[in-house]
Design a protein. Structure first.
Length: 166
């Protein structure tokens, strides 16, 4: 199905009203080491939990008591509130009384698995029950994700050639 720009905008406005969702997730790529602008990055999830009326930080490495996470999360909240007021001023949903809550999610045990943790949390967070996986499960989860991406019907890349399997 091919849609032009106007059709896409029309469909988005009609069917994807954010104020009618239970949650709105944002993956955050935060530079936590300013001396390493390319390697000092960390992924975590900022979730707007509309159903439970709160903003949530889901970080596999830190808690909100960590000053850097707290500052970044509060900036995300302020930015989201500002955009919400601009685009959803007439909505019945107001974010004014939404607090910021830390969600105690499974923790990573190294400096490089944050992306897999963030993907896994985003796929499994239902906003009430913490996903049940451990750092030791990450190698298996990484394989499952890779397999799902490579075998996806929309993946038109010559992956057998890329992976030197053909």
């Amino acid at each position: 199905m091919e849609l032009n720009g106007k059709e896409l905008i029309s469909r988005f406005k009609k069917s994807n009203r954010l104020d009618r969702k239970d949650k709105i997730m944002f993956p955050v790529l935060e530079n936590i080491d300013k001396t390493k602008p390319k390697k000092g990055n960390h992924y975590w999830i900022c979730n707007v939990n509309i159903r439970d009326r709160r903003f949530e930080a889901l970080d596999s490495w830190r808690m909100l008591k960590n000053k850097a996470l707290d500052v970044c999360a509060r900036k995300m909240v302020a930015s989201f509130r500002s955009l919400w007021e601009e685009h959803y001023a007439s909505s019945r949903v107001s974010l004014d009384d939404f607090g910021l809550t830390n969600i105690n999610v499974p923790k990573q045990n190294n400096e490089f698995d944050c992306g897999v943790f963030a993907l896994t949390l985003a796929n499994s967070w239902e906003a009430r029950v913490v996903p049940n996986f451990r750092a030791e499960d990450i190698p298996s989860i990484r394989k499952q994700l890779t397999n799902a991406w490579v075998d996806n019907a929309n993946n038109k890349a010559p992956w057998k050639t890329i992976l030197k399997l053909a």
